[in-house]
Design a protein around this ligand. Structure first.
Ligand SMILES: [Zn+2]
Length: 410
């Protein structure tokens, strides 16, 4: 995480002015196409009481689209409302499905870039899982930056080769140089994207053999499938392959590869610093997506209205039939689902396998977070899964405790 921020309540009369110029290409105009007037400003934070959860500070989401570069940004974003600390609980590392993906990704990067006994830097390392994998599997040394890092959670023989800095990455850390610099699920939290990538480029300096790897949510999928659950306050920046590649090229990188991972949910870029001004012409086929993105943006409001109606009708029917419904997945998608839709108050519980989240409450709406074992007594009729990719894993967990409720994915 990079933005300098601490949590505070911001009054309406104190709100930041909206941006009108694209922070990605620094020239296009932002046109708003989606709004959520009052979204909890943090959805992964651990909240110990229902009252604190229900009264959590809220902010405005107004997604603007730049038709010059294809970038999408919350033009009303106020970084004073964000908090990334030890109580920011974002890890997906308790899921077998996710860990298998993470391990395969680490192996692919180690093999492709011969990352053995090298120096690895991770910006926004969270609880450090990916950096540990790279250092364990390739016998590398590492430095990870994240204000939400928790030292007590690290348990790995590779830990002695890693230096964790509990802070936002910034230019003051440019003395930390690596052969491989990675930044996963962080750039989408940064509002001034061009400013940030230029900082990274300046920090690398003339070490032109440094490999840079970024991973972020894939906004093309969010737009195409109208995944409103993937739009939440912490994510102020949304990239498509085209807007991501343009950003890197403009900021002094050569783009080597763009790919999607995890059922198209993630977008990745592999780049290296260039010594010369690089042209803006798209080098990779995936970058030529602007016309398609414009179309998706145009269709989004209608698709969203339909999807909201469908889910609200469905929830209402369950209530009418007296069915017990729980959500599975208490992270940002769950928070967005509960705050975007009209949800019956009978929906009282959200399940999560992350033990650190158990006993906490959903930011904004206050449902209680429970572990899977809670369902044994509760006996839900319907489990709504926030991320389809976990359906099989969740089905297995339910069968293990003798339950076979209807499983339905968002
Ligand atoms: Zn732009």
């Amino acid at each position: 995480m990079v933005a300098h921020s601490h949590q505070s309540s911001v009054n309406d009369d104190d709100s930041v002015p909206e941006i009108s110029t694209c922070p990605n290409c620094e020239s296009g105009k932002m046109e708003v196409f989606y709004e959520a007037a009052s979204a909890p400003s943090n959805s992964c934070i651990l909240l110990g009481s229902q009252e604190e959860a229900e009264n959590y500070p809220r902010g405005k989401i107004r997604l603007g689209f730049c038709s010059d570069c294809g970038f999408i940004s919350n033009v009303s974003f106020d970084r004073r409302l964000t908090e990334y600390s030890g109580r920011y609980e974002e890890t997906q590392g308790f899921s077998g499905t996710f860990n298998a993906f993470h391990k395969a990704l680490a192996q692919r990067l180690i093999d492709h870039y011969d990352l053995h006994e090298k120096e690895v830097i991770e910006i926004g390392c969270g609880k450090g899982e990916f950096l540990l994998l790279l250092c364990e599997m390739g016998n590398n040394r590492g430095t990870g930056f994240d204000p939400g890092f928790v030292a007590e959670r690290i348990n790995s023989p590779a830990a002695e080769r890693i230096n964790f800095v509990k802070d936002y990455y910034s230019e003051k850390y440019s003395s930390y140089q690596g052969d491989f610099l990675c930044c996963k699920m962080t750039l989408e939290h940064i509002h001034s994207t061009a400013e940030f990538i230029k900082t990274v480029r300046r920090s690398i300096g003339d070490r032109l053999d440094t490999i840079v790897f970024f991973q972020i949510p894939n906004a093309t999928r969010i737009l195409k499938d109208c995944s409103f659950e993937d739009i939440y306050y912490e994510h102020c920046s949304y990239f498509t392959p085209g807007s991501l590649a343009k950003l890197f090229r403009r900021c002094g990188f050569e783009v080597m590869d763009l790919a999607t991972e995890y059922d198209d949910q993630y977008l990745t870029i592999e780049a290296r610093p260039s010594s010369h001004e690089t042209g803006q012409e798209a080098a990779l086929e995936q970058e030529n997506d602007l016309d398609a993105i414009k179309q998706y943006v145009q269709e989004f409001p209608e698709k969203f209205a339909q999807k909201r109606e469908l889910w609200e009708k469905r929830l209402d029917e369950y209530r009418g039939m007296g069915k017990k419904v729980v959500l599975w997945g208490s992270g940002s998608k769950g928070v967005s689902f509960l705050t975007t839709l009209k949800v019956p108050e009978e929906l009282e519980y959200v399940v999560d396998i992350n033990p650190y989240r158990k006993g906490c409450f959903m930011s904004g709406t206050g449902q209680k977070i429970v572990g899977p074992e809670f369902l044994k007594d509760y006996q839900p009729d319907v489990v709504i899964v926030m991320n389809e990719i976990y359906c099989d894993e969740i089905g297995d967990s339910l069968r293990e405790i003798g339950l076979e409720p209807q499983i339905i994915a968002l």
